[in-house]
Design a protein around this ligand. Structure first.
Ligand code: URA
Length: 208
C-alpha cells in the first residue's frame, strides 16, 4: 500500500463550492483505495443542512451507485430517521472514507475496514464538507468513524447518544452504525433498532 501523498490530491477549482470540491474528489489518489473502487462516493445533501451524518465508507451498492447510504445499511438509516422524525432530504450524509475498501469472496465483494492511513488521507474531504455545510450537529455513525473522528479511546457502546466535545461541530453525537443492526442476531435486532431510533430522537430534538 503506497503512503498518502499530498500531491495526489487533485486541484479544487473553487474550494468554496461543494460541487467543485465533490468534482475534485472524483480524482483523489491520496491513498490506494481508488484503484479498486468504482468511483468516489462524496457526501450528499443540502448545503443548508444543520446536521451532517458521517458513516465509515461506502459499501458495495454505494460504490456502484455513487451515492452514500443507498444499500442495505442506508435502508436501515432511512427507516430509523423516519421513525425519529428526521427528514433525510434535509440532512447531509457522508462517510469518513470516500472509496469502498473490499476483498473478494468468490463473486462477492466483502467490506474491509479502512486503516488509519486511509482515513487520514480522506480527512481533507470531510473537513471541506464540514467547512462548507457548517452543520450545528455532526452525528457519527459507528465505531470506525467515531474512533477516527473522536479519538481511539471513544467507545460508541458507552457514549452513544451523548453530546461530546469536538472541533467537528458545536454539537457532536455518536451512535451505532446502521449495519450493526443488520448484523445483530434475530432476537436482539428489534431492540437494537429501537435503541438506534432513541439516539436519533435525541438528534431530532437538537435539530429542533
Ligand atoms: N456504510 C457506510 O458507512 N456508509 C455508506 O455509505 C454505506 C454503508
Amino acid at each position: 500500500m503506497a503512503k498518502s501523498d499530498e500531491n495526489a490530491y487533485p486541484a479544487i477549482a473553487d474550494p468554496r463550492s461543494l460541487r467543485s470540491v465533490a468534482a475534485a474528489a472524483k480524482d483523489c489518489r491520496a491513498c490506494d483505495l481508488w484503484s479498486r473502487a468504482t468511483q468516489t462516493v462524496f457526501g450528499e445533501g443540502p448545503r443548508t443542512a444543520t446536521a451532517v451524518f458521517v458513516g465509515e465508507q461506502p459499501g458495495d451498492k454505494e460504490d456502484l451507485a455513487g451515492h452514500p447510504f443507498v444499500g442495505p445499511a442506508g435502508r436501515v438509516l432511512d427507516e430509523a430517521l423516519a421513525e425519529a422524525g428526521i427528514d433525510r432530504r434535509r440532512v447531509f450524509v457522508t462517510n469518513a472514507v470516500k472509496h469502498f475498501k473490499w476483498r473478494a469472496n468468490g463473486k462477492r465483494r466483502l467490506h474491509e475496514r479502512p486503516n488509519g492511513a486511509e482515513i487520514a488521507a480522506c480527512r481533507m474531504w470531510l473537513e471541506l464538507e464540514l467547512q462548507l455545510v457548517k452543520p450545528d450537529i455532526v452525528v457519527v455513525l459507528g465505531a470506525t468513524a467515531a474512533q477516527a473522528l473522536l479519538g481511539p479511546a471513544f467507545r460508541v457502546t458507552r457514549q452513544r447518544g451523548q453530546l461530546v466535545t469536538s472541533s467537528l461541530a458545536p454539537r457532536v453525537v455518536a451512535t451505532v452504525h446502521p449495519s450493526s443492526i443488520l448484523r445483530a442476531p434475530d432476537e436482539s435486532r428489534d431492540a437494537e433498532m429501537r435503541a438506534f431510533v432513541r439516539d436519533l430522537r435525541i438528534v431530532a430534538k437538537l435539530i429542533g
